[in-house]
Design a protein around this ligand. Structure first.
Ligand code: URA
Length: 186
């Protein structure tokens, strides 16, 4: 039986409540918070790394080149962005697209946990090592990608970040193959 979905607070209300966040230094240079987007009742929740320049401008995750490939991956299993929910380890763009700092991720992570609690996805897909490390700090992505893991009653599919396929053609096939496992959760 499916677990009942909580209705309060709604994702929309929650996102409104974090729109003015100033808990870490990332707020200083951001255009806006990029909380995440998609279906609040999604079965699949994706977690990327951090908003980039385009995401910071539009307020929506994965709208640049990596996002285009993420859309292709979704199409490969006959899904659209409106079917899933997409978020990041941090909700504001790190200046010059630097890696998010451990302290910034630690400050922001309660927001992601709240989103997981509200959405209650059947599976969480970690895109890249930053998202994987949130839940599996000891795993190596080269070994763990393409595997389904369980932790604290939640299921995870570990994947490389879609941006990896932009610079390495063979990675594209790996990502498509790893992604195809999601059909089990639809
Ligand atoms: N890469 C990410 O990890 N997240 C985004 O939102 C965009 C690119």
């Amino acid at each position: 039986m499916d677990t009942p979905k909580t209705s309060f607070p709604s994702l929309k209300d929650f996102h409104a409540s974090i729109a003015e966040c100033t808990k870490c230094e990332l707020h200083k240079e951001r255009t806006q918070v990029v909380p995440g987007s998609g279906n609040p009742k999604a079965k699949i929740l994706f977690i990327g790394e951090a908003p980039g320049k385009n995401e910071d401008i539009k307020g929506v995750p994965f709208v640049g080149a990596a996002g285009k490939f993420l859309n292709t991956l979704l199409e490969s299993i006959e899904l659209e962005r409106e079917d899933v929910f997409i978020a990041n380890t941090v909700k504001c763009r790190p200046p010059k697209n630097r890696d998010p700092k451990k302290s910034e991720i630690a400050t922001c992570i309660p927001y992601l946990h709240k989103q997981i609690e509200i959405i209650q996805p059947k599976i969480i897909v970690t895109l890249g090592r930053f998202a994987m490390n949130l839940f599996f700090p000891d795993k190596k992505i080269g070994e763990a990608h393409g595997t389904i893991q369980e932790k604290d009653g939640k299921k995870f599919l570990i994947m490389y970040h879609p941006a990896a396929a932009l610079y390495n053609g063979s990675m594209r096939e790996t990502l498509i193959k790893d992604f195809s496992q999601l059909t089990k959760f639809l």
